[in-house]
Design a protein around this ligand. Sequence first.
Ligand SMILES: [Fe+2]
Length: 200
Amino acid sequence: MKLAQLKVGPMLNFVYVLADESSGEAMVVDSGWEIDPIVSELERLKAKTDYVVVTHSHFDHEATARELAGRVGAKLVAHRSSPLDCDVRVEDGDELALGDSEVRVIHTPGHTQDSICLLHGDVLMTGDTLFVGTIGRFDRGMAATMFHSLHDVILRLPQDTVILPGHDYGEVPRRSIADERLLNPFLGAPDLKTFLSIAS
Ligand SMILES: [Fe+2]
């Protein structure tokens, strides 16, 4: 499996291209600012793209997703609660085929209601739910939901899982959950009250 982490646009967005070399199938995760680098990467890999998956409905992640899906002949995928006009609606636990393997959808509401993470092997594409060293913004009313998504869902994955965030906001572009648990104060917070005190 090949993985490309592409930085696009003025907000340090990361877009991901996963490609299964044996089948020649690829998947794109997010597409916000410019699609040419993504199309170039797919052409370089000579990969057929079945899915363009949007991690959540914020413009810097989805603005060009429909155009990209049309250009490469892929289906546009988002969570079932997404306001986007998509071709495939997914929910927690669904799996999207990529060659002989699957990419698992994990619903992680908090940053937005429709936020999803995508797990493939030992990598987790986290959108704006979790960054290296910090987390995505959330409304006060979603604090408990965000805490649950981070602590009861993501932190329960294997600790060597590597998070691939939706923005390049950290000291490094990717980091393991084990390291993030130690270094990210939001993941180190033992309870919701502490979590909220860090956020304010
Ligand atoms: Fe966002």
